[in-house]
Design a protein around this ligand. Structure first.
Ligand code: ATP
Ligand code: MG
Length: 194
């Protein structure tokens, strides 16, 4: 298995780059945000719980998130590897992921962080909210999500700098250029893992 984490603030472009990475490396894409939104759209019990957290810009509780993630990993145990998008978002999630992968004889091979300045994140997310109507892409909720990111998620940079290797990537520019920068980092890691 080859496991890659795409890391970054809300609106940093994780989803966009993940689509490309899936194509290039043949990985299974796990976007926790998309998983949760699909539960919300289907009106499942989990979706109802998740909606209360997401629409206020909060993270859903770690235990709940970890149950969902473990199930998703189990139902794709034959995958050549996974790209984690939007997960982990807290230190306990990162520690749990290490355990889940170790239990499957694997680990995180690479962490790529998309670096985008705050004012650009805000501009992108407000624009996305206007186009997609995502309930959490309004200025008030975005500000809350950015605050949550700084407090709960950003410490993972340090965690992964010590744990594996954290690769910061400039997340400003064309989608193609950013993708190219990511592949320059990931190609050799992927080769080394085989
Ligand atoms: P991007 O635009 O870069 O794809 P995002 O932050 O806009 O990122 P998602 O990753 O789709 O969007 O997440 C949307 C919401 O889903 C989060 O604000 C949070 O409430 C919830 N969520 C997603 N992943 C997790 C997680 N790992 N732990 C807790 N809550 C999560
Ligand atoms: Mg996303």
């Amino acid at each position: 298995m080859f496991n890659l984490i795409i890391f970054g603030a809300p609106g940093s472009g994780k989803g966009t780059q993940s689509e490309r990475l899936v194509e290039r490396y043949g990985l299974h894409h796990i976007s926790t945000g998309e998983l949760l939104r699909s539960h919300i759209a289907q009106g499942t019990p989990l979706g109802k719980v998740a909606d209360g957290f997401i629409s206020h810009g909060n993270l859903i509780p770690d235990e709940l998130m970890l149950d969902i993630l473990a199930e998703e990993l189990d139902s794709h145990s034959d995958a050549a590897g996974v790209i984690f998008d939007g997960f982990p978002r807290t230190i306990p999630q990162a520690e749990a992921l290490r355990g889940l992968l170790a239990g499957r004889g694997s680990k995180v091979h690479a962490v790529v962080g998309l670096e985008v300045p705050e004012d650009e994140l805000m501009t992108r997310l407000v624009k996305r909210g206007a186009e997609s109507g995502r309930s959490d892409d309004n200025p008030e909720t975005i500000a809350k999500r950015l605050e949550v990111y700084h407090r709960q998620t950003q410490p993972l940079k340090q965690f992964y700098t010590e744990e594996t290797t954290f690769h910061p990537i400039n997340g400003i520019g064309s989608v193609d250029d950013i993708f190219k920068s990511i592949t320059l980092v990931v190609d050799p890691l992927k080769d080394a893992a085989e």
